[in-house]
Write a protein that binds this ligand. Structure first.
Ligand SMILES: Nc1ncnc2c1ncn2[C@@H]1O[C@H](COP(=O)(O)OP(=O)(O)O)[C@@H](O)[C@H]1O
Ligand SMILES: [Mg+2]
Length: 360
């Protein structure tokens, strides 16, 4: 147990998560009084050091330009101490696993507008990764984190309020341990274009004291993409074809399309629970994929959400999947239309109000 111990100025408070190569801890910086998350890689584990190095190199590209990207967990610091290698990160409030247990979810999302706003931010984050010339390679609910300004007394209604989803909740990508690129990209320069839509990046998603920049640092240190990821979230052309580990499509576009498939399954997990998507990596044609059926009672948004996932993301032929940039634009259009409809509804209600009679 590390509680009460420290590495440099960071005091260990409680364990936030554990994974393949170590643990993630809530730490308090005794110099500043701020809280952060520290991911530990125990060098007693084989591969821990190379994993640490690839994660640090990925963070340097994705969230270090020169401040932090609003859609990627911020890396504050990294180093080694004793037998541990560590990455100090922006403290997040939880991961999308909290929404992905189906009816048993900690916070179940049933409001269509909230879900679509969550999808919007998730799509923007993936666009930032892809436009950087990178691939995440391990998209799953537990690697996409969220931040809320207040964690006390939260309940599902907080997340089902679209105002909160739009202005208070930030969705950011974490765990870029498998993030990668292809050799051809390493010599190119990459820029991330400013927001494609207007529903993301609320002020509190930006880490204070950091500054955004569209310039992406060189990718030289980034790992080269190979077969890997979490089985359930791997696309069929990648998992099944790649079982021999060599005949998966080996282009940047194909690896990025694998991320889109994974994100489609994350959205399905939020709607149906993660158990329902198990085995999708084995399917052999579109007909074997049962379409998702989100029903909230808002026919326009329900249909849009189902179409995006069924026809744009969880699509057998990887060449027919939307790119992250297309996904952002598409969701943005739906959101704009939905908000217009809400306003029309409001104004038609207003005209039905009884005429105002002034008191004499
Ligand atoms: N910055 C953070 N803030 C809060 N919780 C975090 C943070 N980073 C990770 N976690 C929690 O710890 C878990 C494991 O972290 P992750 O980086 O995904 O490690 P692994 O490589 O072992 O999967 C995450 O799923 C999440 O619940
Ligand atoms: Mg993880």
């Amino acid at each position: 147990m590390l509680v009460g111990q420290r590495i440099k100025e960071y005091f260990f408070q409680e364990r936030l998560g554990s994974g393949s190569f170590g643990e993630v801890w809530l730490v308090k910086n005794t110099k500043t009084g701020d809280y952060a998350a520290m991911k530990l890689f125990d060098s007693y584990n084989e591969n821990a050091i190379s994993d640490y190095e690839s994660e640090v190199n990925a963070y340097k590209v994705l969230s270090n330009r020169p401040g932090c990207d609003p859609y990627i967990v911020c890396m504050y610091n990294n180093g080694s101490f004793d037998r541990y290698y560590y990455i100090v990160q922006e403290l997040m409030s939880g991961d999308l696993g909290d929404f992905s247990e189906g009816t048993k979810s900690k916070y179940r999302i049933q409001n269509a507008l909230s879900l679509l706003l969550l999808m919007y931010q998730s799509a923007e984050g993936l666009r930032h990764i892809h436009e950087s010339g990178m691939v995440h390679s391990d998209i799953k609910p537990w690697n996409i984190l969220y931040h809320v300004p207040e964690v006390n007394a939260l309940d599902a209604s907080y997340f089902n309020n679209p105002e909160n989803m739009r202005y208070n909740i930030c969705i950011k990508y974490g765990d870029p341990g498998l993030a990668c690129t292809l050799p051809r990209e390493k010599g190119k320069s990459h820029t991330v274009s400013p927001d494609r839509g207007s529903f993301g990046e609320s002020q509190n998603c930006i880490v204070p004291g950091t500054q955004r920049s569209s310039h992406v640092p060189g990718l030289q240190g980034v790992s080269t993409c190979v077969f890997g990821g979490t089985q359930d979230y791997m696309a069929p052309e990648f998992y099944s074809a790649g079982v021999g580990k060599s005949n998966y499509p080996n282009t940047l576009e194909a690896f990025q399309a694998n991320d889109i498939w994974g994100l489609g399954l994350v959205f399905r997990a939020i709607i149906e629970g993660w158990k329902r998507i198990q085995g999708f990596n084995f399917i052999r044609n579109q007909g074997e994929i049962p379409p998702v059926h989100f029903i909230s009672g808002d026919p326009f948004l329900d249909e849009a959400i189902n179409d995006i996932i069924n026809m744009g993301m969880v699509v057998y032929d990887y060449k027919l999947r939307l790119t992250a940039a297309e996904l952002v634009v598409y969701i943005n259009d739906v959101l704009e239309k939905a908000l217009e409809m809400v306003e029309e509804d409001l104004s038609s209600n207003l005209t039905e109000l009884p005429p105002f009679v002034e008191n004499k």
